[in-house]
Design a protein around this ligand. Structure first.
Ligand code: ATP
Ligand code: MG
Length: 179
């Protein structure tokens, strides 16, 4: 959102976090690809974006959290299959994507999009395509992999992250049912 009043802002997005063991496994698998193009996303930043908010005035963050807290969450943990290595040319990203998005994940994202309508001045969100970015500025063909990707991102909460100078910081999180 614009800050014509020069109010301090933060760059925010909602995402599912990636557990440390999973990060390690994915980073190891990525190393085995021996990539020579692009900029690797640090393993500690691996995540699955649900909704990008962009620049938000800090005064709005409390309201955003209140609205996020009203979003219907999945009844239990989500297990999202990341089973496709793909290059998104326009974004210049090498991603691990989900061939088939779980309906509970789509419902969560839809709920968040609705809840965040009052806070987003930018364009409507792009079509949601679940993915975990492995490399940025990647302009090369899809690499050959000896072992097909078969990762499951397990999430029992969703998180509001601040992105600042290449690092992410969790500002708040909302557990799913049963967590
Ligand atoms: P950097 O931009 O510093 O290289 P980054 O892309 O990880 O690092 P951000 O640009 O803050 O950091 O992005 C945070 C998350 O939001 C990432 O998942 C990114 O793909 C997503 N994102 C960033 N910009 C947009 C956008 N305009 N639309 C949708 N998602 C976005
Ligand atoms: Mg970026």
């Amino acid at each position: 959102m614009s800050d014509e009043t020069h109010e301090p802002t933060k760059r925010l997005f909602f995402a599912l976090d990636c557990a440390p063991a999973q990060r390690k496994a994915i980073a190891q698998w990525r190393s085995a690809l021996q990539l020579r193009a692009g900029r690797p996303v640090p393993a500690e930043n691996f995540h699955l974006t649900l909704l990008f908010l962009g620049s938000v005035g800090v005064a709005q963050i409390a309201e955003i959290c209140t609205a996020a807290g009203k979003v219907a969450v999945p009844a239990g943990p989500l297990r999202i299959e990341l089973d496709r290595l793909d290059v998104w040319r326009r974004a210049g990203a090498l991603v691990l994507a989900s061939q088939q998005a779980a309906p509970q994940l789509l419902r969560l994202v839809y709920g968040l999009e609705q809840a965040m309508l009052p806070f987003r001045l930018e364009d409507a969100p792009k079509e949601f395509r679940p993915h975990l970015t492995l490399m940025r500025d990647y302009r090369a063909p899809v690499p050959e992999s000896a072992t097909a990707p078969e990762f499951f991102l397990r999430a029992d909460r969703f998180v509001l992250f601040e992105s600042h100078k290449g690092r992410y910081r969790a500002l708040a999180e909302w557990p799913f049912g049963g967590a």
